[in-house]
Design a binder for this molecule. Structure first.
Ligand code: CO8
Length: 258
């Protein structure tokens, strides 16, 4: 397995794990973290033996945001020319379902990284926020767009304009978090959820994620048309025949990813 500078990676069964590993900076996201996470996620995504990816941090912090010390002295032109953070789009584009397992701080870019994932599992210690306004800037990795879609305008505006944090219970109530679990159970619950996902047919997982994502950016009529097309396309897979035969024969399906 490739060695990375700022993350740890591991495979557990059909699940690929990415653990952010900059403990001295509360996993602040610098350009190297972006490079490492994108490379690791792309490698897992290209591997048919992997059916789900988990991204996590430490107990204290999922990630406390973009690396302020790295950004501080940059000019607007530097940001544009280096496409600072543009690389994260590659992470958001992986086809494999991704679970964010969040404990502690998920602030700024950390909250935005969690929102690039498909499922957000939160420890009861998790704290979410977009505090960029306290630094004289605004969210820059999707917070002003994905947070509104997740929690609605008024909750998103409350968080982005005040810079306050919300705890796991409020995040779950608001629809940002899929589920809250006791902190001690977070990683086991993430693995269990990822295993459940990874046991499904890979083509149908890719299809479900693609259609879910597309629905966030299109009209209902267009989204329904796409869903019907993709649904029909899955009837050309062996896994659809296997899944439906297994139902009829009252047994568990054995998907081959074909
Ligand atoms: N960047 C760099 N270093 C950080 C960051 C960060 N975001 N967060 C924490 N650290 C460092 C601290 O500087 C400290 O280092 P040192 O020991 O060398 O001083 C270490 O991590 C531990 O942090 P604290 O001592 O501050 O720990 P506390 O428990 O007292 O506080 C907090 C924890 C509340 C999380 C606090 O660290 C904090 O407020 N962090 C900053 C949170 C923040 O503002 N995040 C938003 C950053 S901006 C952003 O994410 C924009 C994203 C989009 C950019 C796109 C550009 C195109």
């Amino acid at each position: 397995m490739t060695e990375y500078e700022t993350i740890l990676t591991e495979t557990r069964g059909r699940v690929g794990w990415i653990t952010l590993n900059r403990p001295d900076a509360l996993n602040a996201l610098n350009t190297q973290v972006c490079r490492d996470v994108v490379a690791a996620a792309s490698a897992f995504d290209a591997d048919e033996a992997i059916g789900a990816i988990v991204v996590t941090g430490s107990e204290r912090a999922f990630a406390a945001g973009a690396d302020i010390k790295e950004m501080e002295s940059k000019s607007g032109l530097d940001m544009v020319m280096s496409d600072h953070f543009g690389g994260w789009a590659h992470f958001a584009a992986v086809r494999t379902p991704v679970i964010a397992a969040v404990s502690g701080y998920a602030l700024g870019g950390g909250c935005e990284l969690a929102m690039m994932c498909d499922i957000i599992l939160a420890a009861d210690t998790a704290k979410f926020g977009q505090p960029e306004i306290n630094l004289g800037v605004i969210p820059g990795m999707g917070g002003s767009q994905r947070l509104v879609r997740a929690v609605g305008y008024y909750k998103a505006a409350d968080l982005i304009l005040t810079g306050r944090m919300m705890d796991a219970a409020e995040a779950e109530r608001s629809g940002l978090v899929s589920r809250v679990v006791p902190a001690a159970d977070l990683l086991a619950e993430a693995q269990k959820t990822a295993e459940t996902i990874a046991s499904k047919s890979l083509p149908s997982l890719y299809a479900a994620k693609a259609v879910l994502d597309a629905g966030l950016e299109t009209s209902l009529a267009e989204g329904l048309r796409l869903e019907r097309q993709v649904f029909a396309g899955l009837f050309d897979t062996e896994d659809q025949k296997e899944g439906m035969a297994a139902f009829r024969e009252k047994r568990a399906p054995e998907f081959e990813g074909r």
